[in-house]
Design a protein around this ligand. Structure first.
Ligand SMILES: N[C@@H](CCC(=O)N[C@@H](CS)C(=O)NCC(=O)O)C(=O)O
Length: 212
């Protein structure tokens, strides 16, 4: 493999779908290694050698491995500055951009999963996300100022968050709030995002047919 080419480890209909959308929106050239999670392909030794967590998404580039969507998004968006999906160093929006990347992984997802599993919360002062209602209110307030998380500026953040909110609404973990619905619809109306969604659905269908 040319180590300068991006190798994207993907499984359709998963958190990895957001990375496929980002790569398409960036206009990146990449190779894709597709796995079937239901068949346990991500837990085979060959992939565990790449990512010991067996998780997707993962990116290999220039001999390095990048896992965890906030890191993958930060890495890829910086790699293609001409796409304009990441405020650069020195841009006043750089701080808020990093804040919301981190917020997704360190506050939003843990809050959702604790809520879904009905795990009793820790005291607000010790819980990294405070509590579920505080986390959701913070996101709703930010998105209400929209149209995007950084206001008028569309960025890689919106692909990460649009996917996370669509997933959370489809599972009924967060309410189908008007602000969330409109935000996800704006994201899905973008041609590159739609292209990636269609590609992901075709991969998912092919896996289901192969299993039938
Ligand atoms: N913290 C990771 C989470 C990745 C993750 O949980 N991926 C799931 C797919 S939705 C996965 O790979 N599950 C398969 C498994 O663990 O066997 C991220 O944000 O990228």
């Amino acid at each position: 493999m040319n180590s300068h080419r991006i190798l994207f480890h993907h499984a359709p209909h998963s958190r990895s779908t957001s990375t496929l959308m980002l790569l398409e929106e960036l206009g990146a050239q990449y190779d894709m290694h597709v796995m079937n999670l239901a068949a346990g392909e991500n837990r085979q030794p060959a992939y565990l050698k790449v990512n010991p967590m067996g998780k997707v998404p993962a990116i290999e580039h220039r001999g390095g491995l990048v896992t965890e969507r906030p890191a993958i998004f930060a890495y890829l968006a910086d790699l293609f500055p001409e796409a304009g999906l990441a405020p650069g160093l020195g841009d006043p929006l750089r701080g808020p951009y990093l804040r919301w990347l981190a917020f997704c992984g360190t506050c939003f997802e843990p809050a959702l999963l604790d809520h879904l599993a009905k795990r009793p919360g820790m005291p607000v002062g010790q819980c990294p996300y405070g509590d579920f209602d505080m986390t959701m209110a913070t996101v709703i307030k930010q998105l209400s100022e929209g149209p995007w998380l950084l206001g008028d500026r569309f960025s890689a953040l919106d692909i990460l968050w649009g996917n996370a909110l669509a997933w959370a609404m489809s599972l009924g973990i967060v309410p189908r709030h008007d602000v969330f619905e409109a935000y996800v619809a704006r994201l899905m109306a973008r041609p590159a995002i739609q292209r990636a969604a269609d590609q992901d659905a075709a991969l998912s269908r092919a896996q289901m047919l192969a299993a039938a």
